[in-house]
Structure formats: C-alpha cells, structure tokens
Design a protein around this ligand. Structure first.
Ligand SMILES: [Zn+2]
Length: 475
C-alpha cells in the first residue's frame, strides 16, 4: 500500500508501485458479459437495451437500437480494477441525490471555448428568485449547488443564499471567480452563509487559459484563491481537463492545491463533450485516472481504498442521522491527503486502510435505518469489528500524533471552515471523475447518483442525463 510521508511524487519506490499495478498488464484477452443495462442510443437518444462486458482488459458498453443498429463504446469506467471496485461498493445501495444543481442564469461574464451550458447563447431570462426558492424547498437532499452561466452576475445572489440557509441546506457556488476578486464580496458571501466555492481552475498557465477560456486568467484565479483563504471559505478547484491543452498540468495544479489549506478538493474532470466544445484530444475517466496516478504517484489502490473509506464513513454517519443521499458517486474516485506542515501524508501511512475499511463495511451493514439510533449504537457495540476498529485507532501512536496536530490546527483557526464536515482536519481530496455523454451514459449508475439538476416543476434528473437531453433540444 501507499505510504507517503514526504513529497512522495518524487519517491522512486512509489513510482515503481504504480507501474506494478498497471492494469493493462494484469488482464488477458477474453470477453465476459457483466450485466444488462439501459442506455441511450447515440444517434436518436431513445432509451434502449445495453450490455456491459469486459474484453481485452477493458470494460465496454454494447448497445442495440431498433432504428440505428448496433453500437459499441468504451465504458465510462473502462479500467476494470476501478469498475469492479465501484460496482462492489455500490451494488446494494440505492440513494437519493445528495446534491441538486440549480441554474440561476444563462448569462456569463466569460466566453469559454468549452462550455456544456453554451452560456450566452440562450435567450432565456434568469430564473425568478421566488420560483427558484419554491423549487429548492421541494428538494429532499443536503446540498444546493448554485450554477449558471455565472451565478455571481445575479444581484440577488446573497438573498438566495440566505434563503437556502434558512431552509437548512448547505449552499455551494459554482463560479469562474471573476467577481470574487473583490474581497468585500467574498466576505459578504461568507457572512450570508455560503458553505463552499467551486472555482473553475483549469491551469496556472495563461496560454492554456487563453485556449480554454479565451482569456489570460492565471493571476486572477490565484488572487481569488487568496481572497477565499483570507475569508476562510472552503474552496474546491474544478479542473476542466481538455486533452492536448491542460492535461499536462496535473502536477502543477496539485502542487498549488496542496500548498493552500483552504483548498479541500482538487477535481480533475475530463472535458464533457456537451454544449460549446472546441477541438480537443479525446480523454475519458480512465485516461484521466491513469494520468493522475502517473503524474502524482498515487496508486490505484489508494484511490480505491480511500473511496471505500469515504463511502463507509459518510454512510454510517448518514444512517445514524437518518439522512438520505450518498457521498461518493459511482462515476468518480477520490483519495485523501493530510497536510502536515510542509509535507503531506496518506491515510494509509497512519492506519491500516484495508483493515479499517473491512471494519467500517461491517459496521455499516449492521446499521438498520428502520431502527432508532440507540438500538443501532447497541448493535454496533455487539460486533467484533467495532472493537478491532477502536484498537486500530485508539492504540495507534500515529493516529494520536495526527489527532494532536489536528487539534492545534483547529484551535489556531477557530473561525475558519466552520461550515465543513471535519473542519479540524487539514485535508486535500484529489478526485477524478467524469460525467457520461450520450455514448457512455448507462442507467444502472443512476441508482447511486449524488448529483441531479433541477429540470422544471420541482423535478430533477441526473445531471448527465439532463444535459444530454438539453444539448439535443429534447428537454
Ligand atoms: Zn437510435
């Protein structure tokens, strides 16, 4: 397993481990049917039957349309190791979407060459505030995502955030950051109750920004991150990875993110071929993950074990709080890196992650949503894994040391990150995921989809499906 305790990206031993785990070398050529599913015909977009299968060390999707004939595409998660791990993790789960995206405007103060919304091309007025709040009230999950176009173009954005807070949802803002160069505005957003900002952050190189967004934006983005840091705003960086342009910037973006403790997520998302889309080299989820694994020296195993850990921990907490939703969707993987002074460490350098995951899995299985919290806690106290887990953490010097550091961090930053889960842990999550397009969309993934988009009259659809329909004018 991955045991980083220093700047591991330059550690030859870890690089070697990545090579050993290269999936292409461990699978031989054979064809194996995995499951029947529903999907979309890539031509007519009708819902049709499909089959997931494995061949030559990759996962594929076979589709058959009565009108347009047979189609065969690489599965969204074509890497078999990751595919089977996520299947196993999600197999008995059905979850309501934890997050819901609301499109507050179709206007934007940027004209990116790549934009799944095709912002500024629609003649659609901004959604009326009252109507928007009415839609939000019907949402059953936890997190409201305010999206656009560019939501900061709305003068009533803070009023909307205040209403969301009154309704006891968390609020997260998608933004290109241009308006956040004004620190007073950032302070106002924070004071109003905004929980986090998802900042589009494609590159630290102006030439890349020019090719992707049509503008030199590197200095602006860095100034925005500084403002967000000064105001203690939880910051998530969303990297729209365009093959042939910024796919070589993975390490530079990581180095930047790890050195800013307000940045809690670095999300590498290969270009979604929807809406306005300039030229690009094709890049899917598995290509992206390969690239991140190689550039950052984080093994596949660590991504998988971290994703399992996160899923179990959040599911246990959610079940005990009788909340619906799911933290980790079936179309992404993420891993945690704990900041420790100038260094960073992986979770499995502190705990035996597979062993801890085994215990957490057992704990989760013993919680019954139908029973009350006391009964559930009683059930947990009766199983062996509870005590194994306790021993693995309580009697672990490394855990104790890190807990002390976390306490110092928390006490020295009492007003910061107050709206976050586990705000005392100084952690960066590196995430790789991709929204399916009309070729790769596969309906079996929807049962644990955590991100929907409002699609009118209080209804919502998985974000990928909604945007595929919208792009084709079929909504
Ligand atoms: Zn068709």
């Amino acid at each position: 397993m991955f045991k980083a305790n220093s700047n591991y990206a330059s550690t030859p031993e870890l690089k070697k481990k990545v090579t050993v785990k290269d999936i292409k070398t461990v699978h031989t050529s054979f064809k194996k049917s995995i499951k029947k599913t529903k999907c979309l015909c890539s031509s007519c977009l009708e819902i049709i039957d499909g089959e997931v299968f494995e061949e030559n060390g990759e996962i594929w999707l076979y589709k058959q349309c009565g009108k347009d004939g047979e189609q065969r595409v690489r599965h969204l998660i074509s890497n078999p190791i990751v595919y089977y791990a996520l299947q196993e993790l999600h197999k008995d789960r059905v979850a309501l979407n934890e997050g819901l995206i609301f499109k507050t405007t179709y206007r934007c103060n940027q004209q990116c060459l790549y934009c799944f919304m095709s912002a500024n091309e629609h003649d659609i007025p901004d959604v009326d505030k009252k109507k928007l709040i009415g839609q939000i009230k019907q949402f059953k999950g936890d997190v409201v995502y305010l999206s656009g176009g560019e939501p900061t173009l709305r003068d009533d954005l803070c009023d909307i955030i205040a209403e969301i807070k009154n309704l006891s949802f968390r609020s997260v803002l998608f933004t290109n950051g241009k308006k956040l160069t004004d620190r007073t505005y950032v302070r106002k957003l924070k004071k109003t109750g905004l929980d986090a900002v998802i900042l589009q952050f494609d590159s630290l190189d102006d030439e890349d920004c020019l090719k992707i967004c049509g503008e030199k934006l590197a200095a602006l983005k860095m100034a925005v991150v500084e403002n967000l840091k000064k105001e203690g705003m939880c910051t998530l960086l969303y990297v729209n990875v365009v093959g042939g342009i910024n796919d070589t910037r993975v390490k530079a973006l990581f180095d930047y993110a790890i050195s800013h403790d307000n940045i809690r997520l670095l999300f590498f998302n290969p270009l979604w071929p929807i809406g306005r889309r300039g030229e690009s080299k094709k890049l899917n989820f598995s290509d992206m993950l390969d690239c991140v694994v190689k550039k950052l020296g984080i093994p596949y195993d660590y991504f998988i074990e971290s994703t399992r850990f996160s899923t179990y921990v959040f599911e246990i907490l959610r079940k005990l709080r009788f909340r619906e939703g799911i933290k980790e969707p079936p179309c992404s993987v993420s891993c945690y890196l704990l900041r420790d002074g100038k260094k960073y460490v992986s979770l499995d350098s502190i705990i035996n992650l597979p062993k801890v995951n085994h215990c957490l899995q057992s704990l989760e299985a013993h919680i019954d949503r139908e029973k009350n919290r006391c009964v559930n806690i009683g059930r947990l106290l009766l199983i062996k894994e509870f005590y194994v887990l306790l021993c693995a953490t309580l009697f672990n010097v490394k855990v104790f040391k890190y807990a002390c550091k976390a306490l110092v961090y928390f006490l020295s930053n009492p007003t910061r990150f107050t709206n976050l889960y586990f705000m005392f842990i100084n952690v960066l999550s590196v995430m790789v995921g991709q929204y399916p397009d009309k070729h790769t969309i596969e309906f079996s993934l929807f049962k644990t989809c955590n991100m929907h988009t409002e699609s009118g009259n209080g209804k919502s659809l998985p974000t990928c499906l909604r945007e595929i329909y919208a792009d084709a004018g079929k909504l």
